[in-house]
Design a protein around this ligand. Structure first.
Ligand code: UD1
Ligand code: CA
Length: 450
């Protein structure tokens, strides 16, 4: 039996932020969510998050996870004090308790699984994740009797100069025999530089306590300030990008590319420099994205090209070409083999297959059929100052350059709109509509003299 308690009550003073530290995001997910997700390979009986600073905000941010229970630590008197708060909640609990710092977002699920396995195999009182850091500054140092039997943890600020030389650090990730921990928690003192109840002091009362080294020390990085947040982002990005490259994605200048963790890519996708993929974006095989594109929460079909464009909440079918300089947003669906060109903005619009809108257009709240050709500069005037109105353009219709379609309006199948028209009424199938004044020519016109 394993339960988890996540320490998320601290303010995170060193972040210099009004937002609780654990709600700062790293590649699309908050730190505390990342810590929760690092337990994904464990079969957890309980998931407890200890909240304090801006507790309501933290609860709200996790409200989509009904399995999470919250325990309040109204005053933040230290990590040991935080864990003392779960004693009443777990009074009759018999299993092991994982305690995780809410600011350690890089932990991999495999590592936690191994930590718990080692703990249970050895029947330890406590097992803690440790790492040998090139620069251990700021971390609690772990002192061992033998190779892995821990005797003490001393916080950086409580270490003397000799103790500071120890590079083996406490990651703030622990597996405890809960009953034994519960017996030790009341013994904690505040006998340290910060005069706080340190969870690490329980090591003095428990036996045996084992240190378990992380395979990759970077997993144990805690986030205390914005620099560490940014360093963690780099580590995570490298991890994400390496995985996609191993899975068959080509990246040109990966250092300039960013990819959120939930993004899914198929083999033979090519990502060009300065491409940013966010949220739940999925990209199918053969597509070439970038240079210079931002794609958010969008589904991109196979063999699509997207050049210097910004796309959010869109579904793009196969073989469509977008950009340069297109902006798609707010629920756009594009059919197969469409062409969206320079300076085209499309909002909340569905487009059939083989349709083109190649230059300088705005389409908002519109539904286009197949084989529609939107001439350069065509605009749907969808907003009357108060309300948005729909435009329907049926299959095979063609709009001339610089036409304005004043919504609500429907253009029938195979309609042709003359260039420069301002169309205000529905047009029936197969019609040509000219909605502009006829050209007038006055011969022998004398220009006024200067
Ligand atoms: C802690 C460890 C240190 C370890 C480091 C790893 C202690 C005493 N020290 O130090 O050995 O190397 O993590 O990153 O545990 N929190 C609460 N309530 C509190 C205080 C803190 O919930 O009263 C939470 C914070 O929100 C945070 C976590 O506990 O998520 C760790 O607190 P933090 O102050 O960052 O501890 P460190 O000084 O980094
Ligand atoms: Ca910390």
């Amino acid at each position: 039996m394993v339960a988890v308690a996540i320490l998320a009550a601290g303010r995170g003073t060193r972040m210099k932020s009004d937002l609780p530290k654990v709600l700062h995001t790293l590649a699309g997910r908050s730190l505390v969510e990342r810590v929760l997700d690092s337990c994904s390979l464990l079969d957890l009986d309980r998931q407890i998050v200890i909240v304090g600073y801006h507790a309501e905000q933290v609860k709200q941010a996790l409200s989509h996870r009904p399995e999470v229970e919250f325990v309040e630590q109204t005053q933040q008197l230290g990590t040991g004090h935080a864990v003392q708060q779960v004693m009443s909640v777990l009074a009759r609990y018999q299993g092991d308790l994982l305690v995780l710092n809410g600011d350690a977002p890089l932990l991999r699920p495999e590592t936690l699984q191994k930590l718990v396995e080692a703990h249970q195999n050895k029947q330890n009182a406590a097992t803690l994740l440790t790492a040998n850091l090139p620069n251990p500054q700021g971390y609690g140092r772990v002192f061992c009797n033998s190779d892995s039997l821990v005797s003490h943890i001393i916080e950086d600020r409580d270490c003397n100069i000799a103790q500071q030389q120890n590079r083996r650090v406490n990651a703030g990730i622990y597996c405890f025999n809960w009953q034994k921990l519960a017996e030790s928690l009341p013994k904690l003192s505040t006998n340290n530089d910060q005069q706080e109840y340190y969870l690490t002091e329980v090591v003095d009362y428990l036996n045996p306590v084992m240190a378990f080294d992380a395979e990759d020390y970077r997993e144990t990085n805690g986030i205390n300030d914005r620099q560490q947040l940014s360093a963690a982002y780099d580590i995570l990005q490298t991890r994400i990008k390496d995985n996609w490259m191993k899975a068959g994605v080509t990246m040109i200048d990966p250092g300039s590319i960013t990819i959120d963790e939930q993004v899914e890519l198929e083999p033979d996708v090519i990502l060009e420099p300065q491409t940013h993929l966010r949220g739940t974006t999925k990209i199918s095989t053969g597509s070439r994205i970038g240079p210079g594109s931002l794609i958010e929460n969008s589904q991109i079909g196979a063999n699509v090209t997207i050049l210097y464009s910004v796309i959010s909440d869109a579904e793009i079918a196969a073989n469509t070409r977008i950009g340069p300089y297109a902006h798609l947003r707010g629920g756009v669906k594009l059919g197969e083999s469409c062409r969206v060109g320079n300076f085209v903005e499309i909002k909340k619009t569905t487009v059939g297959a083989n349709s083109n809108m190649a230059h300088l257009s705005y389409l908002g709240d519109a539904t286009l059929g197949d084989r529609v050709n939107i001439g350069a500069g065509t605009i749907t005037a969808n907003y009357d100052g108060k309300q948005k109105h729909p435009t329907t353009i049926k299959q095979g219709a063609k709009t001339g350059s610089n036409s304005v379609l004043v919504a609500p309006i429907t253009l029938g199948e195979n309609v042709t709109v003359a260039a420069g028209s301002v169309v205000t009424q529905d047009v029936q199938d197969n019609a040509l509509v000219v909605a502009r004044s006829r050209q007038k020519e006055i011969p022998d016109w004398h220009q006024p003299e200067e």
